[in-house]
Design a protein around this ligand. Sequence first.
Ligand code: GLA
Length: 392
Amino acid sequence: MNRLKRSIYVLSLLSIAFLSVQCKSEKKKEVEVVPEKINLVTISKEAYGTTSDSIAVDKYTLKNEKGMEIDIITYGGIITKWTAPDKNNNYQDIVLGYNTLAEYEKATPYFGALIGRYGNRIAKGKFSIDGVKYTLNANDGPNHLHGGVKGFDKVVWTAAETSTDSTASIILTYLSKDLEEGYPGNLKTIVTYTLTNDNELLVDYKATTDKKTIVNLTQHSYFNLSGDFSKPILDHEIAINADKFVPVDATLIPTGELKDVTNTPFDFRIAKTIGKEIGVKDEQLTRGLGYDHCWVLNNQNEGVRLTASAYEKESGRLLEIFSDEPGIQLYTGNFLDDTLQNKQGGTYAHRTGFCLETQHYPDSPNQKDFPSTVLSPGQTYNSKTTFKFSVK
Ligand code: GLA
């Protein structure tokens, strides 16, 4: 081989070697392709409307792979839609509400909303902390109910989103100014709604203050597990893990007694239908026009534990509520009276939805023997509730 031929030969060998290395590394690249990230729960956002005072409201949708879908609007942190499976895996909306923002703004019995600063009633809206007297707006006869005239259910929250491989969350923040509705302290509240792929909605409430105040936050969804909002909820079987409940006076303010549920219509330790004893002659049922009472939950030092459940036989839907709160209010839609528009058409009739609101007992700021609802600067209020759906 002459010199030229030899050079050509060497060059071709080199290029073959180079190409084969290239090929190999390309092949390698193919193998290394990272699989697309699968989010089992997604979150999306769209404009929902504008309030009468021109504030834009968004709607967030949390959706899991199983099929559960939850719509939450930034107005009131309201859950406007929540689908859950029946025994045939048919997902249907199971929470009462409206189709428009205007309806929520006009007249709402707290459908699906976040409640604050104080869920439930405070007698005459009065209480004192360290000898300082405060007077809150009265919006329920003589009493203060669910945060007052413009509670957390009627304000627009700031929203952020976050997610992991198996959850998606919406984080709602609201700063309630000192003396808003009469409450002391600038209160910063953060509520995180997290949907898991196990058909659970986790609600985590946090709050901090710059002045001693009171806090008792809750969620006010009205459930009808049949998915048909024209049907009364009397056939739903409820269980509440409580040996005692909180009797109330004629204005639904606690008398101070914590009463044993044994041999009363308030005994839900073994599941029974709402309708079973709601009609019996009982002074407490008369005062509440049905069930509108707080139960003293058992195992209060256990942290988050099963507190109550609701089951609708026909659909097979089972709702279990876990919480670290000492109490739960069962309200059986006694004030629904066919005056509010049903989002499925028609109107909401008497007892077509029920609420199970985890919370501290009503009027705690005026009852020294009830667990305290006082929050001091430097402390963080934290309360957790999980709503878990399954079928049975
Ligand atoms: C709460 C109260 C009820 C009623 C409803 C809303 O559950 O305890 O008395 O005010 O909210 O109508």
